[in-house]
Design a protein around this ligand. Sequence first.
Ligand code: ATP
Ligand code: MG
Length: 362
Amino acid sequence: MKILFIGDGQLGQMLGASATSHGHECLLFSTRTYTVKPLSAQLDLSLTLTQAINWADVVSWEHEDIPADIVAAARTKFLMDPERIQRLTDRREEKSLFDECGVATSPWQQFSQTTELEQILTQAQQPLVIKSARGGYDGKGQWRYTMASDPHQLAQQAGQAPGIVEQLIPFQREVSLVGARSKDGSICCYPLVTNVHERGILSYTLAGMDFITDELQQQAETSFRKLTDALHYVGVLAIEFFVVGEGADAQLLVNEIAPRVHNSGHWTMTGANSSQFDLHIRALTGMPLPLLRLEPTLMLNVIGAEQIPDALWHHPDTACFWYNKEPRPGRKVGHVNIATESRATALTWVAQWASQLQVLAD
Ligand code: ATP
Ligand code: MG
């Protein structure tokens, strides 16, 4: 098949690599330069968007913020209604979807202007997180409200654009579920993985070495089923959760969903017989979803660093991925997958390498 991906960042590149390894052809469309690109070359092809869409059998995306003109032009080539997906680029709509589906999430309220936000903050009885409705990622567009904050000052800062206010959740840890749904409604999910964030950006993921009860996995897959059914979703989707409570009382609260392949699924590039990118391509092209075989893996993000040290490129237990992006503090420029049996060993790797691999923004 011929697949056109909207977006030419690292996720688009990885999707493209998987597509070609399955015998498909692919092109990428950059929503920054509005040009058509081949896979793995920094070249603009002399094809228009319309020509690329006509060439493609199917159009998919690496990010959900798809400009309206592209949605209109590619309408017949998407496997699902892209407007349902675009809805998710607004946190008010995303939280409403959780409520509509009966999926537990942190209590929230929306605001559309500074005065409304100030009023909510003035009445607050507990710490809150303010998130702008649109455009936030990697912790950007977020503010914390504590009892020590000045509601007026914070509202001036955080209330310039519409957004939501939600309770700050004292979670035990953060986990995510990455899975795929086919057109026929069958689903295939990886086990829940643990994610550790630094300053709002994913630092590392522990896969297959944390104790995930059947009960938690079941809760997560039930949410996946409800949300993807409601969206009539086809392809890979990730759900980020907070785990609240301990042991048998542990519960999941959905934080957000990403209707696409996700950074917390990068461990599957070496830790699974079928990666999250393969799953997406299978779902798009109507191939059956696979039976998964998995290996415990640590995924350590490379953030803002100039390079990945040689010692990691040469180590027999590692696989390094460099995205060929200009490094700057807080920008994801690569990741390293490390085969490791235990959480303790994984944390030793993190302690040894995270400070060299991660330069965070202030
Ligand atoms: P992403 O890059 O994953 O899309 P994001 O910037 O869009 O992230 P969130 O995932 O909502 O936004 O928030 C980033 C991080 O901030 C979360 O992973 C979590 O650590 C923290 N956080 C967000 N909301 C809350 C909350 N309600 N309570 C506690 N921590 C929170
Ligand atoms: Mg997030």
